[in-house]
Design a protein around this ligand. Structure first.
Ligand SMILES: [Zn+2]
Length: 262
């Protein structure tokens, strides 16, 4: 899919939803690059100054065409992907994972609680995702080849000298949803990739997990409050960017304020 088409589709989806618009190929602190895949996003993060990357989520398209195209612009192929971190197992986040896995040999990381969906034993959680799985039977058929590594709460994965990833459990959108803190010593940046555990509306206001597509929105509120306490009190790191999957990004202060008011 051409970049312009991708942007148009994303604009159309944004018009129909509540969300702050996303920008394709936006490069953020730490070199994190958003690649839009229809209404969803995946994020490429460079490993040091090499032509290697870690990827967060894998889009909706099973052939991962948009990712392949972006890597092609850089003169690279799928082998440039070394690790893939999944926020949860909904089909618009794991669509390309089999293709990426077989073409790149990348290590895949996910919460163990998502495995029943990822391996096809159960339909997705949340009213709309479960219905979509039931009607199409597409999602479950796509994923049996993946052999992931499990990550849990507060796990620290040192990707390289400069790059580290820490996972946090965020039950609510799904039971096994994860947020990832991406810390890059090279530019001192810390970014939080939150999947569908939160997003920003058109006015820039933070929202917790969106009810029609989520398992338990009250639990998602609790997860956000807990995350604020961990980041501010335990870790004490400055977060540069909060990056959802279906809306534009925002500031850590907005998450803090949301937690304070809820
Ligand atoms: Zn989701």
């Amino acid at each position: 899919m051409e970049k312009e088409q991708t942007n148009r589709l994303s604009d159309a989806v944004t018009t129909l939803t509540r969300s702050k618009p996303m920008v394709n190929y936006r490069i953020m602190p730490g070199g994190i690059t958003r690649i839009i895949d229809l209404h969803s996003s995946m994020y490429l993060v460079p490993i040091d100054k090499t032509n290697e990357f870690v990827l967060f989520d894998s889009g909706i398209d099973r052939q991962a065409k948009n990712l392949r195209q972006y890597l092609g612009h850089l003169g690279l192929g799928m082998r440039a992907i070394k690790e893939v971190y999944l926020t949860h197992a909904h089909s618009d986040h794991v669509g390309g994972v089999n293709e990426i896995n077989s073409d790149s040999n990348a290590e895949i990381y996910v919460s163990e609680a998502e495995m029943s969906v990822l391996s096809g034993r159960k339909n997705s959680q949340g009213f709309v995702p479960a219905l979509a799985d039931k009607i199409s039977n597409r999602h479950n058929a796509a994923l049996p080849d993946v052999r992931p590594n499990f990550v849990g709460d507060y796990d620290l994965i040192k990707v390289s000298g400069d790059l580290a990833v820490r996972s946090f459990v965020m039950p609510g959108h799904t039971d096994g949803s994860l947020a990832y803190l991406v810390s890059n010593r090279a530019d001192g940046s810390n970014s939080l990739i939150v999947g569908d555990s939160m997003d920003y509306d058109r006015t820039g206001q933070l929202k917790n997990a969106f009810k029609p597509v989520s398992h338990n929105t009250k639990q998602s509120l609790n997860s956000i409050n807990r995350l604020v306490a961990i980041i501010d009190q335990d870790l004490g790191v400055r977060i540069d960017n909060v990056i959802p999957s279906h809306s534009g990004e925002g500031r850590w202060g907005s998450v803090r304020l949301f937690s304070f008011n809820s």
